[in-house]
Design a protein around this ligand. Sequence first.
Ligand code: NAP
Length: 282
Amino acid sequence: MAGTSFTVNGATETFGIIGRPVRHSLSPAMHNASFQALGMNRIYVPLPTSSIGDGIAGLKALGFRGASVTIPYKQDVLPFIDVLDPVARRIGAVNTLLIREGESGGEKIVHGFNTDWIGANRALEEKIRLRGSRVLIVGAGGSARAIGFGLLEAGAGVVICNRTVDTGKKLAEQLDCPFYPLERIGQASADILVNATSVGMVPETDRTPVPQDLLPGFAVVMDIVYAPRRTRLLREAAAAGCQVVDGLAMLLYQGAAQFELWTGEEAPLEVMREVLADRLRE
Ligand code: NAP
């Protein structure tokens, strides 16, 4: 592996993650390992942020080349972006910033992207062709929204199912797709099931959003919960004969897409996967 020693010097390019809190983020470990593996003079740092406007001004003033954006700023960051990717605009949330010099020099241009949908699509596409598939998404929060718009980009059909009817119906209207309340999930049929709720996450690992008897109807089941990696939903889906995709895959591929936007190089997937797997070891 190239570049196993790591030095910071006057020419080091800086990247970071803005959010609150950021101390539990896996992104610094994943991106720094990737920069090192490819011998790049770049560093990625946690940037706990109390004001998104000040945070963006700080990134520009301090010469940062890019950043991840996490909770609670994925939507609040939008007014501070100069050039917004069209899919991120439809999703209404940004998790990746690329900061470029303006034409005249000195001026900084902030580009905004959403790589969560890219991560989810790539994770699913390892198992099944998305174009023409029908995907049942359980959940209607920020992740469900990004995944839903991303699946439409890939040419898949989407169905939304959510506990709170108003929230679910609103997202389904925006996606122009069918909606089912969670208690009627059995009436929805699809090729792929995606859990985009937090149900099953630590500490409530004995919970699952979907009754076990419905699982044999799906070819692929993806759980975006990554703590634990092997959720009850995924264990039951595997037992039912479905192909399963865990939350690490989406996390990995959204990070890989960030890396590629920032560097223009192919991401070192195995390095990134190893870092995440190590951090998420149960
Ligand atoms: P969010 O915006 O807060 O949305 C949460 C969703 O979960 C809502 O649809 C909510 O339904 C539903 N929900 C919560 N508790 C529930 C319960 N007891 N029963 C049924 N539904 C319930 O959260 P988010 O940002 O989308 O994140 C969701 C999960 O995805 C989290 O566990 C997060 O860690 C994970 N995540 C993973 C990745 C990855 O890369 N793998 C990326 C982002 C997020 P209501 O509308 O009824 O409240």
